[in-house]
Structures are given as structure tokens and as C-alpha cells.
Design a protein around this ligand. Structure first.
Ligand SMILES: NC(=O)C1=CN([C@@H]2O[C@H](COP(=O)(O)OP(=O)(O)OC[C@H]3O[C@@H](n4cnc5c(N)ncnc54)[C@H](OP(=O)(O)O)[C@@H]3O)[C@@H](O)[C@H]2O)C=CC1
Ligand SMILES: O=C(O)[C@@H]1CCC=N1
Length: 268
């Protein structure tokens, strides 16, 4: 089985690396194509993968093609790709918003997996949601799923709407966590800690809280109650968040990402 990854950026390379580290594929069976000379030079230097610049040299050889370019590059890429594809090839798109009907229309392929990963995939802790077109067979779906699992966990969802929704939760979600971390680091600095100590205080607090949550069946609300003593410091912080509507604002932010994914589908 030969895999082609188009777009050697954050996510494309993450998948190529994840697949190459797994036992599913031999490195020589992973091809990577990018249109930037600089990226190709770097790829050739690490010589992990077969690196390509021309679609015609690699697309016909691939069984599964991963598309990891930005959504606004999709239409032009698909038009160029169309000349080299073969019926039966499976196309996996991780582009935010680009919907299966458009992928079929522009690429000419019918076996489509639309997936939404997230950045922790870089360390094997990603979450990739995915949905398939009806033309993808059960075996093909299982094969793609095992490739997605090389970067963490995968979750099949029942509709493209839920792919857009998962973009608002897990796809963009790591940035919301970093936003919260940044705010807490800024507060720690303001309270007099050094940059290094602020980083340790915040990072270990996030790690510890997430691990506590993962090792229990308790909801985040129940854990909050365990931290907050009556009339104490945590209650003061949680009351301040409630007074400032932070809960609703976070939900609004997640919906803004979801809505933007839907919009991207209309633009691309
Ligand atoms: N980053 C993230 O956390 C997530 C990203 N995604 C999705 O993943 C996709 C890729 O994102 P990301 O990896 O961050 O983007 P990057 O910009 O890091 O990577 C895209 C790469 O594709 C190259 N490229 C552009 N057009 C072509 C083309 N026609 N042929 C070959 N290569 C091309 C780009 O080159 P150049 O730089 O020269 O344009 C770049 O190297 C996006 O569609 C995004 O929606 C999904 C979930 C999470
Ligand atoms: O911001 C974006 O559009 C992409 C999709 C999810 C994460 N990054």
C-alpha cells in the first residue's frame, strides 16, 4: 500500500511522521509532495520519505492520498490533481470546511474521507474525527482509520455537520487551552513570578488537572466543587468568571469556529 501526503506543513508532516513510525507501512511507501523548494530540500535532507514536487510523478502510484493544504488552495490543487488520479484511489482530506461534494466535484474521485485532526497529533495525542462517502468500503474505512490512529485517537461521526462541529471543539480546541494558559501566565507574571516559574506553575496545573479528570468519572463541575472551599479563594475566582459570563463566552468562541467551518465550506 502506498500513501501520498500532499502539503508538508504542520499537519501533513505530522501524518507522514506518524505513519512512518507505526508498523503499518514501510517508510519507502510514504510519499510527500509540497510545492515549496525549501520544504522539499528539508524533506530530502531527512530522507524519511520519498519527496515530490510534480503531481504526475506520485499521484498515479498512490492508493491513498492525504490532502493537507489550506482550504483556499483546495480548488486549484484538485483541478491539477484530476489529470493524474485513478478510480479506486481513496482521498483523505483534513482541510477545515471543504465538503465532500466539492471534493468529489473538483477531484473526480468518489471514495472520500473527510477528517478533522488536531495539533496534539504531533506527539501521538491527537483526536481525529472523520466521516466517509458511501463509496468507501468497510475495509478501506478500517485501513484509513488505522492510519489516522497513528497520530492518536480517531472518532467516526455520522455527518459532515459533526465534522464542522468537531472543528469548533477538538480541531481548534488546543488554541483555546493555550489562550487560557497564556492568560494565567500573564497573571502569574503580574503577581511577581519569573517567566520560568510562571510557565512551570501553569503547565503543571494544566497537566495535573487534566490527568485528575482523565483518571476519574467525575464531571468538570464536580472537580471544581472539590477545589472550591466555601467562602474561599477558588469560589472568588469562579464567581468572577460567572459574573463576567466566561462560560457563555467560551461557548460563543467554539460556535464561532464551528460557523467559520460551515462558511469555509461555502467558499471552497
Ligand atoms: N494546524 C492545525 O492545527 C490544523 C489544521 N487543519 C487543516 O490542515 C490543513 C493544513 O494546515 P497546516 O498544516 O496548518 O498548514 P501549513 O500551511 O502548515 O501546510 C500546508 C502546506 O501545503 C503546501 N501547499 C500549498 N498548496 C500546495 C499545493 N498546491 N501542492 C502542494 N503543497 C501545497 C504549503 O506550502 P506553502 O507554505 O508554500 O503555501 C504548506 O507547506 C488545513 O486545511 C487546515 O484546515 C486541521 C486541523 C488542525
Ligand atoms: O484554524 C483552522 O482553520 C484549522 C482548522 C482547525 C485548526 N486549525
Amino acid at each position: 500500500m502506498k500513501i501520498l501526503v500532499i502539503g508538508a506543513g504542520n499537519m501533513g508532516l505530522t501524518y507522514a511522521e506518524g505513519m512512518s513510525k507505526s508498523k503499518l507501512l514501510k517508510k519507502k511507501n510514504i510519499m510527500v509532495l509540497d510545492n515549496s523548494e525549501k520544504k522539499l530540500e528539508a524533506l530530502n535532507e531527512i530522507s524519511h520519505f520519498d519527496a515530490f514536487k510534480e503531481l504526475g510523478d506520485c499521484v498515479p502510484k498512490a492508493d491513498i492520498i492525504f490532502i493537507a493544504v489550506k482550504p483556499y488552495h483546495a480548488e486549484n490543487l484538485f483541478k491539477a490533481l484530476k489529470g493524474f488520479t485513478k478510480p479506486g484511489q481513496v482521498l483523505v482530506s483534513i482541510m477545515a470546511g471543504v465538503n465532500i461534494d466539492n471534493i468529489k466535484k473538483y477531484s473526480g474521485l468518489t471514495k472520500i474521507v473527510r477528517a478533522m485532526p488536531n495539533l496534539p497529533a504531533q506527539i501521538g495525542k491527537g483526536l481525529t474525527s472523520y466521516v466517509t462517502s458511501p463509496e468507501v468500503s468497510r475495509i478501506e474505512k478500517l485501513t484509513v482509520e488505522s492510519l489516522l490512529d497513528t497520530t492518536g485517537k480517531s472518532m467516526e461521526v455520522s455527518s459532515e455537520k459533526l465534522i464542522d462541529a468537531s472543528t469548533g471543539i477538538s480541531g481548534s480546541g488546543p488554541a483555546y487551552v493555550f489562550y487560557f494558559m497564556q492568560s494565567m501566565m500573564e497573571a502569574a507574571l503580574k503577581m511577581g513570578f519569573s517567566k520560568q516559574d510562571s510557565t512551570v506553575l501553569v503547565s503543571q496545573t494544566f497537566t495535573g488537572a487534566v490527568e485528575l479528570f482523565n483518571q476519574s468519572n467525575l464531571s468538570p463541575n464536580s472537580w471544581m466543587e472539590k477545589v472550591a472551599s466555601k467562602g474561599g479563594t477558588t469560589r472568588a475566582a469562579l464567581d468572577s468568571m460567572e459574573d463576567n459570563n466566561v462560560n457563555e463566552l467560551i461557548k460563543d468562541a467554539a460556535f464561532a469556529a464551528f460557523n467559520r467551518a460551515v462558511e469555509l465550506g461555502k467558499e471552497n
